[in-house]
Design a protein around this ligand. Structure first.
Ligand code: HPA
Length: 278
């Protein structure tokens, strides 16, 4: 059994280290996905801290991920941004994947913004589309809240009926309209990876109600809900998977398409952050 006192001590140590650097609490935190680092272009970055310099932080290995924590302002609001995340498929445990989310909450962030690359399952989606996550299905087979509950952070059985914050979703849709950026809506299904889906798996994921599939997001979101963060998630569709005419997908294609959409996504985040509460 993990020792909850020790886990909480570590989280506080990491949060204290970052707060001492930043000198103030972030209003919001962000986790950026593969090739989606353009938020950095619209951010006044004050500090850029490699993960390896942050006490108790896991270190990132995935392709297309920077592995830096940025602290600064976006649209005049105090933000912390993770450039690169930790994935189950890299061998990280659910606790490691979600460790930064608890640090963000401990530092005082109220909103958690998440972006990720995803395969489109909805046949109306096209590569490069942005999709606001309306709900998710956790098909990773893991739950980061398994084990003794961290009562200081949240309840044993967190409610999951309104995971993606309705107010933030409304702000996102208005920001998209105002900026002339098309924003679709859809259900995200999280899988472990790293293998992509077979045609039969793709058909199954569509049948159970998913519009997009990816290898991240859901565990971070579960921990975010547990510690009371308001969550907004936007995915970039990097490839579309149709079970009856599957095309091959490569990581190069995923990264290139994500990078192509990243500029618009950065613009959209900026507008969302202007209007965010808290
Ligand atoms: N499947 C799973 N994860 C992904 C995909 C996909 O097709 N594209 C980008 N991330």
């Amino acid at each position: 059994m993990p020792d909850t006192t020790e886990i909480i001590r570590e989280i506080r140590q990491t949060a204290d280290f970052l707060l001492a650097r930043a000198g103030r609490r972030p209003q919001a935190a962000m986790i950026t996905g593969t090739g989606l680092g353009d938020i950095a272009r619209v951010m006044d970055v004050e500090f850029e801290i490699p993960y390896r310099e942050i006490p108790n932080f896991p270190t990132s290995t995935a392709e297309g991920h920077g592995g830096n924590l940025l602290i600064g302002n976006v649209s005049g609001k105090a933000m912390m941004v993770m450039e690169g995340r930790f994935h189950l498929y890299e061998g990280y445990s659910p606790a490691e994947v979600t460790y930064p989310v608890r640090v963000m909450a401990e530092m005082g962030a109220k909103n958690l913004f998440i972006s990720s690359a995803a395969g489109g399952l909805n046949p109306l989606f096209e590569p490069g589309d942005l999709v606001l996550i309306t709900d998710h299905i956790n098909l990773t087979g893991k739950n980061p809240l398994v084990g003794p509950n961290l009562d200081a952070f949240g309840p044993r059985f967190p409610d999951m009926s309104h995971v993606y914050d309705p107010q933030l979703s409304t702000i996102a849709r208005k920001a998209a309209t105002g900026s002339g950026i098309a924003l679709n809506r859809g259900v995200y299904v999280g899988i472990t990876g790293p293998s992509l889906e077979t045609p039969a798996e793709t058909r199954f994921l569509r049948m159970i109600g998913a519009d997009a599939v990816g290898m991240s997001t859901v565990l971070e979101v579960i921990v975010g809900v547990h510690c009371g963060l308001k969550i907004l998630g936007i995915v970039v569709i990097t490839n579309v998977n149709l079970p009856d005419c599957m095309k091959e997908t490569s990581i190069e294609e995923v990264i290139a398409t994500a990078q192509g959409a990243s500029k618009n996504l950065g613009r959209l985040w900026k507008e969302i952050i202007i209007d965010m509460p808290g």
